[in-house]
Write a protein that binds this ligand. Structure first.
Ligand SMILES: NC(=O)c1ccc[n+]([C@@H]2O[C@H](COP(=O)([O-])OP(=O)(O)OC[C@H]3O[C@@H](n4cnc5c(N)ncnc54)[C@H](OP(=O)(O)O)[C@@H]3O)[C@@H](O)[C@H]2O)c1
Length: 254
């Protein structure tokens, strides 16, 4: 396999990013466009999705609004996405709910958007042969899938499920030269995190534990570019914790 002169370039690649109407997905789409990719972006809120489309660099991008918790939305996106070299599953939701209060409807709501949507969308794209033979499939999981956090059992479980599914998927698509990986971010400044703070989470205490402080969407976007580019052509079934050092919080300076 040959790599472009700049192995980190996304020039000539067409990349689908879900959750592109806000936060991390929005920044992944913008950064990918800056690295030369042509984007297919999706989200539910058409106004914010259009704002992301306007912020993209270069030409030829496509915005497809869709609710990915509905089969209709998944089918529409898989039908209209066209040929792809990369897919980033960044869409997701989060709610703080203590374990004693979880219910089937809460689990369904979280799993529909965080787990079933990325898995079923991937299935739909593969079934329609939308992803090129050297394509890269990237799931945005979360640090809590690995470490757990208070009142996030449904969310953490929905994100852990991506890890197991990705490892199996990566084996199945390797023969076609496709790769599948997960990025698990720690705390990143986005509207989702603002919502958790307003929902009663003691976020400041968690931020204080992070040696490099809170992350920005750009930090996840830069890692995503690596996973989408030919620079990561030998990287698959990989689970990358990107957390500013939070998951090993021993304070050796104390
Ligand atoms: N922020 C963090 O600290 C953090 C840490 C670890 C992992 N993550 C993960 O990173 C991803 C992005 O999070 P974020 O912080 O950027 O959140 P965000 O700002 O709330 O953005 C979430 C995005 O997901 C989309 N989305 C949610 N449910 C959807 C559905 N059913 N169908 C289609 N689109 C849907 C939203 O679309 P609309 O707004 O258009 O409805 C929005 O574009 C999520 O998967 C999240 O779990 C975030």
């Amino acid at each position: 396999m040959s790599v472009a002169q700049d192995p980190f370039s996304l020039s000539g690649k067409r990349v689908l990013v879900t959750g592109a109407s806000s936060g991390i997905g929005r920044q992944i789409a913008i950064t990918c466009s800056q690295m030369g990719a042509q984007l297919v972006i999706t989200g539910r809120n058409t106004e914010r999705l259009e704002a992301t489309a306007t912020a993209l660099h270069g030409e030829g991008h496509t915005a497809i609004p869709a609710d990915l918790s509905q089969q209709q939305g998944l089918d529409l996106l898989a039908d209209q996405a066209g040929a792809l070299n990369g897919v980033v599953h960044a869409a997701g939701i989060s709610k703080l709910v203590p374990f004693r209060l979880i219910s089937k409807s809460h689990l369904d709501e979280i799993f529909d958007s965080n787990t079933y949507a990325p898995l079923l969308l991937t299935k739909g794209l593969l079934a329609r042969k939308r992803i090129a033979s050297n394509g890269s499939i990237l799931f945005i999981s979360a640090l809590s899938s690995h470490s757990g956090a208070m009142a996030t059992s449904a969310y953490a479980a929905s994100k852990s499920a991506l890890l197991g599914a990705m490892r199996s998927l990566a084996l199945e698509v390797a023969k076609q030269g496709m790769r599948a990986n997960c990025i698990a971010p720690g705390y990143v400044r986005t509207p989702m995190l603002d919502g958790l703070g307003q929902g009663g989470g003691n976020m400041d205490a968690l931020f204080d534990l992070t040696p490099l402080g809170m992350g920005d969407p750009e930090d996840v976007a830069y890692a995503s570019v690596f996973y989408l580019s030919d620079a990561s052509r030998w990287v698959t079934r990989n689970y990358f914790i990107l957390d500013g050092g939070l998951s090993t919080p021993m304070d050796i300076y104390a």
